[in-house]
Design a protein around this ligand. Structure first.
Ligand SMILES: [Zn+2]
Length: 150
C-alpha cells in the first residue's frame, strides 16, 4: 500500500450526504447508533476505529455495549440509515482512500463480531476483507452485491 506521509487514515463518509464521519480524517469514526431492546430503545453516538481490521466500539453515553448487541447505524449529519435495511447484518459507509479511489466499506452491526469488507462499487467485487468473522458474513454480503446497480 502506498501512502502520502501526511495522511495516515482513509476518509470515511456518509454515502447519502457525503459528510465526513472521521473528523479530520483521523482515527475515529463517529456515527449515530440505535440499540433496540424489547421494552426500550436508546440512541447514542457510537465511535469506531477507522483503521481497517481494527475492532472496538465505544458509546458517548454510559450505555454499555454487550457482546451480541445489535446497533443500527445512521449518519450523524443527515440521519440517513447506514445500511440497506434493518434486516441486513451489515452496515456500510463510503471510503475514499489516499489515492482518491472510492469504495464502500461494510461491517457487521453486531457488537463482538469482527468483519469488515472493502467493496469496489463499480466492479461489484470485494477488494479485501478483515476480521475473524468475515467468512460468516460473506453470504449476506454476496446477496446484497446482487442489488448493486439494480
Ligand atoms: Zn449523511
Amino acid at each position: 500500500m502506498s501512502s502520502t506521509p501526511e495522511t495516515t487514515y482513509n476518509a470515511f463518509f456518509c454515502p447519502h450526504c457525503e459528510a465526513t464521519l472521521n473528523l479530520g480524517h483521523g482515527p475515529i469514526i463517529k456515527m449515530t447508533g440505535k440499540l433496540d431492546a424489547a421494552t426500550f430503545s436508546v440512541t447514542t453516538d457510537v465511535f469506531l476505529p477507522s483503521g481497517l481490521g481494527v475492532y472496538g466500539r465505544a458509546t458517548a453515553t454510559n450505555v454499555e455495549l454487550r457482546e451480541g448487541a445489535r446497533v443500527e447505524f445512521s449518519c450523524p449529519d443527515c440521519g440517513a440509515p447506514l445500511s440497506r435495511s434493518e434486516d441486513d447484518e451489515l452496515a456500510q459507509v463510503g471510503m475514499r482512500d489516499q489515492e482518491d479511489r472510492v469504495f464502500l466499506v461494510s461491517f457487521n452491526k453486531c457488537y463482538g463480531k469482527q468483519s469488515t469488507f472493502v467493496i469496489d462499487p463499480e466492479a461489484r467485487q470485494v477488494e479485501s476483507q478483515f476480521g475473524d468473522d468475515a467468512e460468516s458474513f460473506r453470504e449476506d454480503l454476496d446477496k446484497r452485491m446482487n442489488f448493486f446497480g439494480s
